[in-house]
Design a protein around this ligand. Structure first.
Ligand SMILES: Cc1ncc(COP(=O)(O)O)c(C=O)c1O
Length: 407
């Protein structure tokens, strides 16, 4: 017999409450069955192209290593060079691309001084200024190892002669000519080795095309994404072809969780960078093309009952980064039928939860919430409780729990 959404939520609540009955809230969990189901969906959506795991979206070494052992995932997309050095030193991966430029002189010097790190890590550049910073840091190292470099391309969408733009402000390199020029500049510097290109289309991979309750906006997003995907696939292919005439490339990275199937269909792209889909936070509920299972969530204790139809939970104010909007705050998940108070939302030390379901909650009960984004949840907790079925099978540290904060 098919079960409906309410029954599914009730079953999830009863399973998670029973698995964690011994824990004191607040705490965070990862539901392993959902996590692995999401990993399998991502691999199938990538249709044979390897997924380079975006570590910012996981921020837990144990889970990163579990995912890297799965077929379909290869290498990591780190977010800072100190993080990349840490992961390389610990043996988590020997295939690391740092997705954002670094100006950290001591980390660059450490990279050039260490044979293992230098062979394992590529750093991102988008201008000759970045090349100067790298070379200057290398100058202080006796017998530096060559530094592996990748070029970040602007994958944003522009129309109306540049008056309309969608996509993250990243790189100024946008054309085959400017990419070729920077590639030649890298190649002219003896200590640097050009190994790859990256072009992340945030306006497609990170923007849901089905935002709840906003049909007109949804239509505008779909039109923009359709045009952007067509424009980018041609431009990306032309840039890759131009740079490949100058030097062989180990990888061309593109895409993210929201664009796995579209980006992987582009011949010029050799791998996808993605990670958020593993935890499947609420921002990824807003896509028509795929679904995932909530895998990461946090439990808060009910500490007050201010009146009928409302309970107050301890803590919970963990907004996601990005332009602030209601979609960036945590969402009540279990029990079903709770909502945030519009005026208070999720607060620094307490979060009121409204709705008829509140009347069935007692002081000391738990409520479960989902974060809007993926890895940022791990900046709030030292550990993740890994739930398998109806039990907690392991407790593993987050980056924060290992004393690591990479910004
Ligand atoms: C360079 C790059 N690639 C890929 C992604 C996609 O990551 P995810 O799939 O974890 O959202 C991001 C996210 O910001 C990114 O900055």
């Amino acid at each position: 017999m098919a079960i409906n959404a309410d029954q599914r939520l009730a079953a999830a609540l009863s399973r998670l409450d029973s698995a964690t009955a011994h824990l004191e809230a607040p705490f965070a969990i990862v539901d392993l069955a959902a996590f692995h189901a999401n990993a399998a969906t991502m691999v199938s959506r990538a249709a044979g192209k390897p997924i380079r795991l975006a570590t910012k979206s996981v921020r837990c070494r144990h889970l990163i290593e579990q995912v890297l052992a799965l077929e379909g995932f290869r290498g990591v997309l780190a977010y800072t060079l100190p993080e990349a050095l840490w992961l390389a030193n610990l043996g988590t991966s020997d295939d690391i691309v740092v997705a954002y430029p670094t100006v950290n002189r001591s980390a660059l010097a450490a990279l050039a001084a260490d044979v293992l790190a230098a062979a394992s890590i590529a750093v991102m550049v988008d201008s000759t200024d970045h090349l100067d910073v790298i070379e200057k840091a290398m100058a202080g190292v006796a017998d530096p190892h060559p530094v592996r470099v990748a070029i970040d391309l602007d994958a944003g969408y522009e129309a109306l002669g540049g008056r309309f733009r969608a996509g993250a402000r990243r790189s100024p390199v946008r054309t085959p000519a400017t990419a070729g020029e920077l590639a030649r500049a890298v190649m002219s510097r003896p200590g640097l080795q050009l190994v790859g290109l990256m072009a992340y289309e945030s306006q497609i991979a990170g923007v849901g095309d089905n935002p709840p309750g906003r049909p007109l906006y949804a239509r505008a997003i779909r039109v923009m994404q359709h045009k952007s995907a067509a424009e980018l696939s041609e431009r990306r292919a032309a840039i890759v072809a131009a740079v490949r005439t100058l030097t062989p490339l180990e990888f061309v990275n593109g895409g993210g969780t929201g664009s796995l199937e579209g980006t992987s269909a582009e011949e010029a792209v050799t791998e996808i960078g993605a990670g958020s889909g593993l935890y499947h936070p609420t921002l990824f509920d807003a896509y028509r093309g795929f679904t995932g299972q909530p895998a990461a969530m946090f439990a808060l204790p009910v500490v007050r009952r201010p009146g009928p139809g409302v309970v107050t939970a301890l803590g919970g104010g963990y907004p996601a980064s990005g332009a602030s909007s209601p979609s960036r705050v945590p969402s009540p998940y279990l029990p079903g039928g709770l909502r945030l108070d519009r005026d208070e939302a999720a607060g620094e030390v307490q979060t009121p939860l409204l709705g008829p379901a509140a009347d069935n909650l007692r002081i000391g009960d738990k409520v479960w919430l989902r974060h809007a984004k993926a890895g940022e949840l791990c900046e709030r907790f030292n550990e993740l409780h890994l739930v398998d079925g109806s039990s907690v099978v392991a407790i593993v540290p987050t980056y924060r729990g290992e004393g690591q904060n990479f910004g």
